[in-house]
Design a protein around this ligand. Structure first.
Ligand code: NAD
Length: 312
């Protein structure tokens, strides 16, 4: 039977790419409810969906920060049946914390963490009753490891990871599956918006050294990191998320970017936690040349892995 998939945050990026990929499935295995906060942004999705629109893909309004909009959306789905929930909506925030307001930070937590909680409060009871369902959450490598000037964003993804790790134990009893997808850098609107906001940031509340660290070290290297390590939304959605959704026994955690795994591995290599922190510190502040050499190394790896894929 056709599986019902509800995806949040489909006006752009990974959500849009995944919605299209599933809706275009040749065997028509999915009925996709591609949701977005603001329906006035549906044009890009509509265009990409073309003849799947109204057939295997429907566009619906859903704001993960608004309980009523979640309720309305779910209640309008036949028998409230959602076989696969993809919690994708999210936002970033970079910069020194002394230059961010508590309200800005709360919006990040409200979207990235409470957004998921709200969805599950509405959808989980139905899944439990049916004893079937798969919850796929787009987390991040920053749900495993903090990164300079991403303090609040990393905290929001850590919250997601802790929440899901706890819930996964209960889910087993109800035969439900939970999967955390952990991408490294992905080239989407997200990264552009975060960078532009960073460039516009009022740094007057920060001391000179911190302001310099942010603009001349962090922001200066930001684009380089995405260029050398970044995946496309289609890569994350098509190759990995689809694999997870279709897997018989999907893993609880899945990192999408093999170039990034050496970085996350540092965390598990040292139970004291110093290794990743020291390595990031040295990379960013003391060994600029090593940092650039690693980026070039990543570029080379990426080029050779693409070449290998192309020749197989
Ligand atoms: P994106 O900005 O293109 O997509 C995020 C989507 O979420 C947007 O369409 C946005 O409108 C939507 N959204 C924001 N607030 C919402 C709300 N209240 N209700 C409903 N929708 C809302 O960026 P993306 O890279 O495709 O991000 C998708 C997910 O991937 C996010 O959870 C993000 O944290 C995660 N992620 C991104 C990267 C990256 O580098 N881009 C890396 C790791 C993880």
């Amino acid at each position: 039977a056709q599986k019902t998939v509800l995806i949040t945050g489909c006006s752009s990026g990974i959500g849009l790419a995944l919605a299209i990929k599933l809706a275009r499935d040749k065997q028509k295995r999915f009925k996709v409810y591609a949701t977005m906060r603001n329906l006035s942004k549906k044009e890009k999705l509509e265009k990409a969906a073309s003849n799947t629109l109204g057939k295997t893909l429907e566009i619906k309004q859903l704001d993960v920060c608004d309980e009523e909009s979640i309720k309305t959306c779910v209640s309008n789905i036949s028998e409230r049946r959602i076989d696969i929930l993809v919690s994708n909506a999210g936002m970033g925030l970079i910069g020194p914390i002394e230059c961010q307001t508590i309200d800005e930070m709360k919006t990040v937590m409200d979207t990235n963490f409470f957004g998921l909680v709200r969805l599950l409060k509405e959808i989980l009871p139905d899944m439990k009753k049916r004893k079937s369902g798969h919850i796929v959450i787009i987390s991040s490598v920053m749900g495993l490891q903090g990164i300079l000037f991403n303090d609040v964003y990393a905290a929001s993804k850590f919250a997601v990871e802790g929440f899901c790790e706890s819930l996964a134990i209960q889910a087993l009893q109800f035969k439900l599956r939970l999967s955390l997808i952990e991408p490294g850098p992905v080239i989407t609107e997200f990264e552009k918006k975060v960078y532009e906001d960073g460039m516009k940031m009022d740094l007057s509340a920060a001391d000179e050294e911190t302001a310099h660290m942010f603009t001349d070290v962090y922001l200066k290297n930001y684009n380089q990191i995405f260029q050398s390590l970044g995946q496309s939304a289609e890569e994350v959605a098509e190759v990995f998320t689809v694999k997870i959704i279709l897997a018989e026994n999907p893993p609880f955690r899945h990192q999408t970017n093999t170039l990034y795994t050496p970085v996350t591995t540092l965390k598990y290599a040292d139970p004291n936690g110093n290794l990743p922190i020291d390595s990031f510190y040295k990379m960013v502040f003391h060994h600029d040349r090593i940092f650039h050499a690693s980026l070039n190394f990543f570029k080379l790896l990426r080029w050779s892995s693409r070449k290998n894929i192309a020749s197989t």
